[in-house]
Design a protein around this ligand. Structure first.
Ligand SMILES: Nc1ncnc2c1ncn2[C@@H]1O[C@H](COP(=O)(O)OP(=O)(O)O)[C@@H](O)[C@H]1O
Ligand SMILES: [Mg+2]
Length: 252
């Protein structure tokens, strides 16, 4: 459902994303795992069509993003790490607005919006302006907005950051249920714990390159053939030579 071929992004001479190949099949909850600065946000923003790749290609549900950008984006919901949200709309209006961007309206949208807001304990705030929402409430509204038009694919940048434990629990259940029904989710995270508790499969990215891919148990097993576990290796990814060390251990 998401297909990346030699995807590359350079800022001047600096290569933030370095020739990534990735395939996320339908129905998978896919984790994009890596330390800060690894290139996760850059990759996800390219998939969402917000940032133009320097090289390589992206297809969403078989639709090439470069040749049919509208077609590809219509199949996608994107939750950015720093979302923009219209302060002068109410929560319900915001969800209606987002659905409208995807040419959806009417009873079904209203019903979904209602269900999503209830799920995230926002129903009493439906008709309040977003400017009165707390940080956590805004985040829950943004998450709801990615689901309101029922896209085939959802791409989420660090969804767990800043959520309270209850909202995190709801989000996990929502992601699981959504993928169980045949939709596809790709989410980034910088913590192994989040990836492990949530994702069917992960790719580890460091310094713009994919270092390993598989299920967490598979990666763990491979790592255990070395001298340390996946946690230690992953933690060291924040260090200078971490990427090389991970490759040595995982690709051995
Ligand atoms: N607009 C930009 N101009 C220059 N460098 C950037 C820009 N955006 C991101 N970078 C750099 O690209 C690298 C990857 O960043 P990012 O994709 O945000 O990583 P992550 O989301 O994994 O933390 C970092 O080194 C970051 O400083
Ligand atoms: Mg990021």
């Amino acid at each position: 459902m998401i297909n990346l071929r030699s995807l590359t992004k350079r800022y001047g001479t600096f290569t933030a994303v370095d020739s990534i190949d990735l395939e996320v099949p339908r129905g998978q909850l896919f984790g994009f795992l890596g330390p800060n600065g690894a290139g996760k946000t850059t990759t996800l923003r390219m998939i969402a069509g917000i940032l133009k790749p320097t090289a390589g290609s992206i297809s969403i549900a078989g639709v090439d993003l470069a040749t049919d950008p509208i077609g590809a984006k219509m199949r996608l919901g994107f939750i950015p790490d720093r979302p923009f949200i219209y302060e002068k709309l109410t929560g319900a209006e915001f969800l209606r607005f987002v659905a409208g961007l995807y040419e959806q309206q009417g009873d079904e949208v209203e019903h979904r919006a209602r269900e999503l807001m209830a799920l995230f304990d926002l129903e009493d705030w439906r008709d309040e302006l977003v400017e009165s929402y707390s940080h956590g409430m805004r985040q829950k509204l943004i998450i709801s907005s990615a689901f309101v038009h029922r896209p085939e694919v959802i791409v989420v940048d660090e969804p767990m950051v800043g959520l309270d434990p209850k909202a995190a629990r709801i989000l996990k259940d929502l992601f699981r249920e959504y993928t169980r029904r045949g939709h596809t989710i790709m989410m980034s995270t910088h913590t192994l714990e989040v990836a492990e508790s949530l994702c069917d499969r992960v790719a580890i990215i460091a310094k713009g390159r994919i270092r390993a891919a598989g299920t967490i148990p598979e990666l763990r097993e491979t790592a255990e053939h070395g001298t340390e576990g996946l946690e230690q290796i992953f933690l060291r990814l924040t260090g200078e030579n971490a990427a090389r060390e991970l490759v040595e251990v995982l690709d051995a």
